[in-house]
Design a protein around this ligand. Structure first.
Ligand SMILES: [Zn+2]
Length: 255
């Protein structure tokens, strides 16, 4: 008889949680091997519960899950990194919340995805511990994520006529550059400077571990913001709530 393994050890990052009943919490974890997974943490909001810190947002930990019918119960948890400082900075918090929401949106239940897991983990590390601009980290994450999902933009020629040109627009529906003539024939596209094209290419080809040397000029960053937002809305077919929050935050903070 085949032995059924019910206790599953896994690493995880907390993407979201919902409190319910007196002290319970339903946690959505991203696991490198199990994908997006809902886990019940019983009694974790009781004083002195050993599960409380392991069920907070952003927490990266080692978990053991017990599979019961269609859902999982947390039976052991230890925190590797709570990324605590993210919570003390409203700007970092708003970008990190967006990163979590976008990750949850693209992650699949039950599907192994090591790459997505480590991309998320590295991004949260940069947001928590580096002096990089949270906006630049977020743009790099968005570009790497789109590439990972199979939406690597075409940046070396016009996607419609194939012309190699000096001036382009970025077409979010086509997923890459279109030239001036094709743009004039009623196609839609966003203005894009050569510097922004080079920055996207640089990030696409860069090892994410080398992100600490990234510096993006303000004008490029503004263009990236518009283009990546539109590109992600086009691919996800919706606008994420936390993206809206970042814009409101930017507005309050000023230029
Ligand atoms: Zn063209």
């Amino acid at each position: 008889m085949k032995k059924v393994i019910r206790h599953l050890p896994t690493q995880g990052v907390v993407l979201r949680y919902t409190n319910f009943r007196e002290a319970d919490r339903m946690v959505t974890l991203l696991s490198p091997t199990l994908g997006k997974i809902s886990v019940m943490a019983r009694g974790c909001r009781k004083p002195n519960s050993r599960f409380l810190s392991a069920t907070e947002l952003f927490c990266y930990g080692d978990y053991v899950l017990y599979k019961k019918d269609d859902f999982h119960v947390m039976t052991q948890a230890s925190v590797n990194d709570s990324f605590y400082d993210i919570r003390n900075d409203l700007e970092k918090l708003s970008y990190s919340s967006y990163i979590l929401e976008l990750t949850e949106e693209v992650a699949s239940p039950g599907q192994e995805d090591n790459h997505l897991f480590y991309l998320l983990l590295q991004t949260l590390s940069y947001l928590c511990y580096s002096d990089l601009n949270p906006k630049d980290i977020t743009h790099a994450f968005e570009i790497k994520l789109m590439d990972h999902l199979g939406y690597r933009p075409i940046l070396d020629r016009c996607m419609i006529c194939g012309t190699k040109n000096k001036s382009y627009y970025f077409d979010v529906r086509q997923g890459g550059l279109i030239c001036g003539s094709c743009h004039n024939m009623g196609e839609t596209g966003y203005n894009i400077q050569m510097g922004t094209i080079k920055t996207i290419e640089y990030i696409l080809n860069m090892d994410f571990k080398r992100l600490n040397i990234l510096k993006i000029p303000t004008s490029t960053s503004k263009e990236l913001d518009r283009i990546l937002e539109a590109y992600i809305i086009e691919r996800m077919e919706k606008k994420l709530k936390t993206r809206q929050f970042i814009q409101e935050f930017d507005h309050i903070k000023g230029p």
